[in-house]
Write a new protein. Structure first.
Length: 422
């Protein structure tokens, strides 16, 4: 508690010193380019989200939109962004909780720091270098490995350092040394994330990412040292075709203190192929294949189940988040339409299957169908600062891959959300 309070006071002391102007002179000099470069610009913003969730048939899993099923929840974020010459800073406070008889039994989360960072920039005609330190919000690519997880009541936040270099807005390289912090009340898990992430945009229609991420957990035996390396390519030729591929490999020791623990060797693959256009209104649609490896042979001395890092789970496995992105294969598609940024509607469907080892199932080895999921999202923007969303998801199970018996009844979740920003 003392360390957390001290860090909070140090952060605000630094920001106050950063914003405090120097002594005023008796005669103010005329405005100049130097004055403009050293002037402090402050912009305030806020985000209020009120969400009503109704769900059934999902009680045996942690639904990512909240830790419990039905209830009315709120999240408030208030932030200030500041710029002075080559220095940037941001502070964002967050409070998240529930109200009403259907709310969760836990006490609401206390007000905490969601973001609090400073960034120093050095730039030339072609090159930009920046150093960013503090509590950061990170998001890369499609959010399958590292994302801000905005759907969650608190979201992801990372304490640490980021070094970034950019060349001609074509190449960007980030070096990371961070520690995950979901919110101010989370205990210290000593779960550190290091790595390098590089993005290249050689043309307006082609973008590629490569990354190496290292997860080290000093508090839990599992995942002592896990390395994830991957590549992502996004291609949009002629402004019509939508194509994306992401593939990654995981390897490392699960537990250095116990040599009998299995090493890890896992993989994931995602393929998207679709099209977009305008026929009176903007539309897009396509097909998606996702594969996250599973431990199909527990006796071979290798752990092959994919270990998700810190993704935006709703983007990866859908609104219901019924299954973790591990030991999972999905085949699905999406359709989306919208008009003039005032409204949009999106329909996503998935067929789900899991792979199980022959020793653990009476059905047999291989991938077994476990059902399907259908998600629908309707979004209205009656005002640039207001957004209303209606989301619904339905899970249609087929059978339990371990026993072949029928699974739980149909799972349903409906979520109504209002969001105001200024």
């Amino acid at each position: 508690m003392l360390a957390r309070t001290g860090a909070f006071l140090v952060t605000w002391t630094c920001l106050i010193a950063f914003l405090t102007p120097g002594p005023a002179s008796a005669i103010e000099p005329p405005a100049s380019d130097t004055d403009a470069a050293t002037a402090t610009r402050i912009r305030f913003d806020g985000d209020l989200r009120v969400r009503t969730l109704l769900a059934r048939g999902l009680d045996d899993v942690p639904l990512g939109v909240d830790l419990r099923r039905s209830g009315t929840y709120h999240r408030v974020r208030i932030g200030a962004a500041m710029q002075r010459g080559s220095l940037d800073a941001r502070v964002e406070l967050q409070s998240s909780g529930a109200f009403g008889a259907a709310g969760p039994q836990e006490a609401p989360l206390a007000v905490g720091l969601q973001q609090a960072w400073m960034r120093y920039r050095l730039s030339s005609s072609r090159f930009l270098f920046s150093v960013e330190a503090g509590r950061l919000s990170l998001h890369y690519g499609s959010g399958r490995q590292i994302g801000s997880y905005d759907m969650h009541p608190t979201g992801n936040a990372f304490d640490g350092l980021r070094l970034r270099g950019e060349l001609d807005n074509v190449l960007q390289v980030d070096l990371l040394a961070t520690r995950l912090r979901r919110d101010a009340n989370q205990p210290e898990l000593q779960r550190s994330l290091y790595g390098v992430h590089a993005s290249a945009t050689p043309t307006g229609s082609l973008k590629g990412d490569v990354y190496l991420l290292i997860l080290r957990d000093g508090a839990q035996a599992d995942e002592h040292d896990l390395q994830t390396m991957g590549i992502r390519v996004q291609w949009q030729p002629w402004g019509i075709v939508l194509a994306e591929m992401e593939a990654a490999l995981q390897f490392g020791r699960r537990n250095d203190s116990d040599p009998t623990e299995n090493d890890r060797l896992a993989h994931m693959l995602v393929l998207n192929l679709g099209a977009q256009g305008t026929l009176g209104l903007a539309f897009s649609g396509g097909l998606t294949l996702e594969l996250y490896s599973g431990d199909d042979d527990p006796t071979d001395g290798v752990e092959r189940a994919w270990r998700p890092l810190y993704p935006d789970l709703d983007r990866v496995v859908g609104l219901l988040q019924r299954f973790a992105p591990s030991n999972l294969r999905t085949l699905g598609g999406w359709l989306q339409a919208g008009g003039n940024e005032l409204w949009s509607i999106r329909l996503v469907g998935r067929l789900l299957s899991q792979r199980v080892a022959e020793a653990d199932t009476a059905v047999g080895d291989g991938w077994q169908a476990i059902g399907g999921e259908l998600d629908l999202a309707l979004q209205l923007r009656p005002h640039p600062f207001h957004r209303i969303s209606l989301l619904g998801g339905v899970l249609l199970p087929s059978s339990d891959p371990l026993t072949g018996a029928p699974t739980d009844p149909i799972g349903v979740a409906t979520l109504l959300e209002w969001r105001g920003q200024f």
